[in-house]
Design a protein around this ligand. Structure first.
Ligand SMILES: *Cc1c(COP(=O)(O)O)cnc(C)c1O
Length: 368
């Protein structure tokens, strides 16, 4: 039996292959591999898509988050509040920017940062970084209110095109970061990312930081480094951005189909959508109450590319011991880490593939 991948990058490529080849030929003919015209064009298109005036391409999403934080010029070592339930990169970027991650737990239903806990942590911090986990926005209305004058920086790596109360991911924060890692909803053919903001000064600062602090050749105005988007990646992203609304719609349809196929299964909790959100289903993550690892192994043995996002929370990672947290620090995040199971979902997934995933999952659950 053929296997079903977690994400089918070939299926997405097939839809844009002609456009990408043409675009690559155009770049190869000019040799404009860095700062080519496609980068500026993509930045303009992505800013519009994100409902803001400025987008700056970066080498990856982790850099984008670090650069957004650096542009804010927060005091050295200041605390930055972020959810414990996120990919490790959110915390890495905070440390790289010379700041201190202050983790808070998530709500038990949607596993998004809990505004009440964020409110408790914020008085001792200088910024808030909500993460739009799995493709739906954190409760940004509540978070902006509790943040008051403190800057809010969205980690929108998993939420390109997601809405809350009709307002798109990236347009809520003072400045926001996203990732175009190949498996994201908008994925490059390698690493890439972007910072988006309405604030012209912040956009300028980010552009300087990612270009050796230099606005004029060999004059370095501020400390920076090299984190630019490659022209070839911009070509891919321009072609894919045109399809993204349709792809996100297809993801929603696939998520609804899983909801239907999996409802009522014993020991299984389906992912919910926070009221007010339009989800873009970067990941369809169910929770298995008992025996998650056995269920995962059965799915994988049947050729189904299920995964776990994420098996070990940031605060229990060896690299982040120094933050001073321990087992029990964030009980909701820790419980979720033992139950989460991510099922294959991508815009081109077929009903047949989804039925096979659901049947295999139901059989595995019945055996536990
Ligand atoms: C992917 C991801 C990042 C990092 O992006 P890269 O492009 O891989 O550096 C940051 N935060 C979250 C939540 C992510 O999922």
């Amino acid at each position: 039996m053929t296997s079903i991948p977690l994400v089918d990058l070939q299926a997405a490529h097939a839809e844009v292959a002609g456009e990408v080849r043409e675009g690559f030929d155009r770049v190869l003919a000019t040799g404009a591999y860095i700062k080519g015209p496609d980068v500026g064009a993509f930045e303009a298109e992505y800013a519009e898509f994100s409902g803001v005036r400025h987008a700056v391409g970066t080498a990856n999403g982790t850099d984008a988050l670090e650069m957004a934080l650096r542009a804010l010029e927060l005091p050295d070592g200041a605390g930055v509040v972020l959810p414990a339930n996120t990919f490790v990169a959110t915390a890495e970027a905070v440390v790289r920017a010379g700041l201190r991650p202050v983790l808070v737990d998530v709500d038990p239903e949607y596993l998004l940062i809990d505004p009440a806990l964020a409110a408790e942590a914020l008085p001792a911090a200088a910024a808030l970084v909500p993460v739009h986990l799995n493709g739906q926005l954190a409760p940004m209305d509540a978070l902006l209110e509790i943040a008051g004058d403190l800057p809010v920086v969205e980690d929108g790596a998993q939420s390109q095109g997601a809405l809350r109360h009709g307002r798109v991911s990236g347009s809520w924060g003072r400045i926001s970061a996203t990732s175009f890692y190949p498996g994201k909803n908008l994925g490059a053919y390698g690493d890439a990312g972007a910072v988006v903001t309405d604030d012209e000064q912040l956009a300028k600062a980010v552009r300087l930081i990612g270009d050796h602090g230099s606005g004029r050749k060999y004059i370095h105005e501020r400390f920076g480094f090299n984190s630019r988007m490659d022209t070839l990646q911009a070509v891919v992203l321009r072609a894919k951005l045109r399809r993204l609304p349709a792809w996100n719609t297809a993801r929603r349809a696939a998520a609804a189909r899983y909801d239907e196929l999996l409802k009522g299964l014993d020991g299984l909790t389906l992912p919910g959508t926070l009221p007010g959100n339009e989800h873009v289903w970067h990941l369809y993550a169910v929770r298995v109450e008992r025996g998650r690892d056995e269920v995962l192994a059965e799915l994988q043995a049947a050729g189904i590319g299920a995964g776990v996002h994420y098996p070990v929370p940031v605060h229990l990672q060896p690299a982040f011991r120094g933050l001073g947290y321990d087992e029990g620090s964030f009980p909701v995040t820790e419980r979720a880490a033992g139950q989460i199971l991510t099922l294959p979902l991508f815009p081109q997934i077929t009903e047949g593939q989804q039925s096979r995933v659901a049947e295999t999952l139901a059989k595995a659950l019945a055996r536990i």
